[in-house]
Write a protein that binds this ligand. Sequence first.
Ligand SMILES: Cc1cc2nc3c(=O)[nH]c(=O)nc-3n(C[C@H](O)[C@H](O)[C@H](O)COP(=O)(O)O)c2cc1C
Ligand code: SF4
Length: 646
Amino acid sequence: MYPLLFSPLSLGPLELRNRIVLSPMTTGFGFDQGVPDESMAAYLRTRSRAVGMTVVAFGAVAPEGRVEEQLPWMWRDDMGTKLAPLVTALHEVGARACLQLGHGGRQVSPRVTGLQPVAPSPIAPPVHVKEPPHELTRGEVEAVVEAFGRAAARAAEAGFDAVELHAGHGYLVHQFLSAASNQRSDVYGGGTTAERARFGVDVLCRMRREAPALAMVVRLNGDDITPGGIGPADAVDAARAFAEAGADAVVVSAGVYGSVPYTIPMLDDAEASHVELAAFLKRGLAVPVLAVGGIERPAVAEAALRRGDCDGVVVGRALIADPEWAEKAAAGRGAEIRPCIGLVDSCAGMLEHGSPISCAVNPEVGRELRPAPQRSRSARVVVVGAGPAGLEAACRAGELGHDVILLEQSERPGGALLLAARTPPLVRLQRLVTWYERRLAAAGAELRTDTRGTAGTIAALGPELVVVAVGASTEPPVLEGYELLPAWTIEDLLSGRPSTLGGRLPPARPVVVGAGRHALAGALACARAGGEVTLLSRERPGFDASGLVRRAYMARLEREGVRRLHGRPLELTAAGVRWTDDAEGGEAFVAADGVVIADRRAPVRLPGLDLLGAEVVETGDAREPRDIASAIAEGREAVDAFTRGL
Ligand SMILES: Cc1cc2nc3c(=O)[nH]c(=O)nc-3n(C[C@H](O)[C@H](O)[C@H](O)COP(=O)(O)O)c2cc1C
Ligand code: SF4
């Protein structure tokens, strides 16, 4: 089906069975004092069954260089032995094993290590860590070079086939490469990228010397996408220096901590967003170039290979979301791939506060060792509401062999997903709805659309389990003036329903009231429809999102010229909204031709279910308005828990 994607690829001495590489991604779980446990082996093994090579994330070469706690501590003498079972687990499923080696330098928070960060020069990074780093002395630089060498030797001892030097994302090697962070006057400084590549080149040579049989990959940024950072032309110089020093392949990524949304593309970022950078670097290099970033669909990967933009693809979150991504691609079952929706709150967002990752669309992440529930018999399960919680519950129940009926009041399934997919940052959710429709049919669940679930209709179906997944709705605040200014709830606006005054058109100068993610998405929808939008919020905009997603939203709001006011509405008039100015104090007025309420939501209630005599479980927003991840996890868990108890 994808002949290029599934053709072998040589990285120096190493041949991969195909051109798909599992990207290194820390997980926040699976390690004890730097030693991987069985859960890590199971997590990676599950995702490695059909990829060419798996890269284990961020083996830290020194204690002060560990960006997080849960990763390989490569400074430990016993890591060769301790990592061997993980390598065996990968080899058993036919994947080549690669260990990424890195040092976070000035981007390491002392909150993680309790140590002062180190860097080429004593310049704090633009975000994340405030403490100015200690400037490495010449002797200390050489000690770090040695530490990389020792770590590579330990990787070889553990049985790895390759090591990947992390020279991107604003970490230590990258800090030496970039003039913004390297102002040294010794041999490790210099006026050109090639000169500043000296540290990375020394590291690579030492790794090669200590582990001569391993393939050497270098991950670098094709563009930092940040003022004063490395651009594509510098990246070519750096990549050439690494290739001349013996790199067998280069992985082209982008972004530093100040521009992480580019490292991990999200919301409405284009698919395969860094492939053009890879193509640019490939023109100047003789070694294989691999592209990473937003590679979601096998067809897109195949097209990039066919165009000659890259020699291989490095796939990250798509393989978190669906561990069978590569198997399904190989079997021509691409439509069955569970799509990553690019809202990183549940994966990368969790790492911000040291929590383990999960996945919004795949609650099984991190639970690979947990056996699936075994049903003793089939039961009648009625699911009310075909939003994310209901769809997951119905699919899961069908897959576990239950007799499932899914009731949906509108004409098609999707619920809150469909509405959200109408906002520009969340268009990817449409793919999730399509995927669920397909899965629902395959699971044999019966979908009854245009059917409202009531205690009576549900009772008539004789269920043993009722999963309530009817969602939540916005509760407009009590305000004077709804009869004067057209008003919509966010759901009404996105559904194309008329305003309180009957007008259908989206307002040209709306005030959007709210601060949560759905308010931000709504404000962007109004702005992209040509509106001059004001966001009026009491809380910090994006308060319910991870820092990563919040910053991605804020960048978009800024780009679209959305004005932000800090306060709450007091009264609507025919000309606009009177509001409390919480920043300046007192009251103020903002001119508007409509108001969109995207504030507090309350669960929709289904009365009378307690009399049914069935087990009733509220899930998702119907339990408490939150996010897609909670909805999907709870929909699944409701069915799993019921099945275990049968
Ligand atoms: C949870 C998470 C952890 C990550 N950790 C690392 C890491 O340790 N090293 C690294 O080079 N990149 C890391 N990344 C970046 C990914 O390897 C990859 O470059 C990025 O997610 C873009 O690829 P994708 O769109 O296929 O996910 C991480 C990304 C995520 C989502
Ligand atoms: S949590 Fe979201 S962004 Fe992360 S892998 Fe899952 S679907 Fe993709």
